[in-house]
Design a protein around this ligand. Structure first.
Ligand SMILES: Cc1noc(C)c1CN(C)Cc1cc2n(n1)CCN(c1cc(N)ncn1)C2
Length: 421
């Protein structure tokens, strides 16, 4: 079996008469009647590498002096070491801000660029869905109220994905639908060429009213993507092969700008260790379990609570039994049909809420759960912890996620990690 090294060394045994005429590429050479075809390939990462021993070797060729054996071996040694080094080289990563769109952190948006020249939009990175859709030049003007739009006709790199459509409905009944382009798409310096960008032909009124949100970037599993006849890959699934690590992280903050990182875990953004737990990726959410909970300084109740970590959902939705146990500790709290959830006097003192991930514990400050006044002049406040009954699923939304540094790991099998910060 001819080894790569043999092939390589053969490539050095070019007859000296060809020495100076040697073309920059060694494609085919005669060797005692046999024919060997060697394709030189650019270093896979596209990096040019100078091999000093090869330069010396060529000098021997140039002056018609047979190169000593050790030079030939040195060329191979340096090539191998350079190849190993490039294999370790830092590849793609990205880092971008997660900016609350209002004073109660109803959602977080991140600047992205689409197309050539780049068009900047502010999108909601949403681990609870898998469609990347944007307000566009195709969205009826009466449905656009202050949002930035993507105009595919103004991008020299946009391509219509002809015959493809999409339509999505979110948990709160909001939704949108439209057609599909591919274009260059960048978040925080991380570029995906030919990302499927779903251009809205129609959006529901709640999106029209949200002038600071120009669309969403689904970071759920691609199985949830609604594009038909062929579903499309998420930004993360497209970027993954080039990422230094197959991860993205969410560092959402209370009433402040946080960040999303892609391809690396920034040790400056958390303290202690990251505790990982298994993710069930079917049907396509980041589904995992909490190991239990405690209210205030009360005892920890160990119990497996399955749910989805969802950056696109504002609040924390847990089983009714847990939620009633929490609000039992809040003076004047009640589950209001009228307000559609647990409310309490804004002057009430709220306990913290702690959730477990495996053996680790994460405490949500009371301020996160005192979510918002019912109205600017009301003395009644709405809770950031609500019952999941009726949703059919527990949702670990922003109220919980902003209490931790969260690692969404696209490894096989996928897993999710939490660290304090
Ligand atoms: C509600 C809401 N949430 O964030 C914002 C902004 C709003 C305000 N609303 C007027 C507009 C709106 C509604 C939604 N969004 N924006 C964002 C995506 N939504 C999700 C995502 C997901 N993973 N799960 C459930 N819904 C629903």
């Amino acid at each position: 079996m001819v080894s790569l090294t043999d092939l390589f060394l053969v490539s050095l045994l070019v007859p000296t008469s060809l020495g100076s005429a040697l073309p920059p590429r060694i494609d085919t050479i005669d060797q005692r009647g046999g024919r060997v075809t060697l394709k030189q390939v650019r270093n896979p990462r596209g990096h040019k590498a100078f091999n000093p021993a090869r330069a010396t070797y060529r000098t021997f060729l140039k002056y018609g002096v047979p190169a000593p054996d050790y030079i030939k071996k040195a060329v191979a040694h340096i090539d191998e070491e350079q190849e190993e080094a490039f294999a370790r080289i830092k590849r793609d990563t990205g880092s971008a801000a997660a900016i609350p769109i209002n004073e109660v952190d109803i959602a977080y948006v991140t600047p992205v660029t689409i197309g050539t020249p780049p068009q900047t939009l502010m999108l909601d990175l949403d681990t609870g869905s898998s469609d990347l859709w944007v307000f566009s030049s195709l969205t009826p003007s009466n449905q656009v109220r202050g949002q930035e739009i993507y105009s595919p006709t103004k991008s020299s790199t946009s391509k219509l994905l002809s015959g493809h459509t999409w339509s999505i409905r979110y948990g709160d009944g909001s939704g949108s639908r439209g057609t599909v382009y591919t274009d260059n798409f960048t978040i925080g310096g991380l570029e995906v060429k030919s990302q499927a960008v779903q251009a809205a032909l129609e959006v529901s009124s709640s999106f029209t009213q949200e002038q600071s949100l120009d669309g969403l970037v689904g970071l759920g599993f691609s199985a949830l993507n609604t594009v038909r006849p062929s579903s499309q890959l998420t930004f993360f699934d497209n970027a993954r092969p080039n990422l230094d690590e197959e991860v993205f992280t969410a560092d959402l903050k209370y009433h402040a700008t946080g960040s999303y990182d892609f391809g690396f875990i920034d040790s400056k953004k958390y303290a202690g260790n990251i505790t990982y737990t298994a993710v069930q990726q079917s049907p396509g959410y980041w589904t995992h379990s909490l190991s239990g909970y405690s209210v205030g300084s009360g005892a920890f109740h160990a119990s497996q609570i399955s749910g989805i970590s969802d950056t696109g959902t504002t609040l924390l939705y847990l089983p009714t039994a847990i939620v009633t146990a929490y609000y039992r500790q809040v003076q004047g709290a009640q589950n209001s049909q009228y307000y559609g959830g647990y409310v309490f006097p804004c002057s009430s003192t709220l306990p913290t809420f702690t959730f477990g991930i495996e053996g680790a514990r994460f405490t949500i400050p009371a301020s996160y759960i005192n979510y918002t006044r019912i109205s600017p002049t009301s003395t009644t406040c709405y809770g950031g912890l609500q019952s999941s009954s009726g949703l059919g699923i527990n949702i670990f939304g922003d109220v919980a996620l902003k209490a931790a540094f969260v690692v969404f790991s696209g490894t096989n099998p996928p897993r999710i990690g939490f660290a304090i910060k």
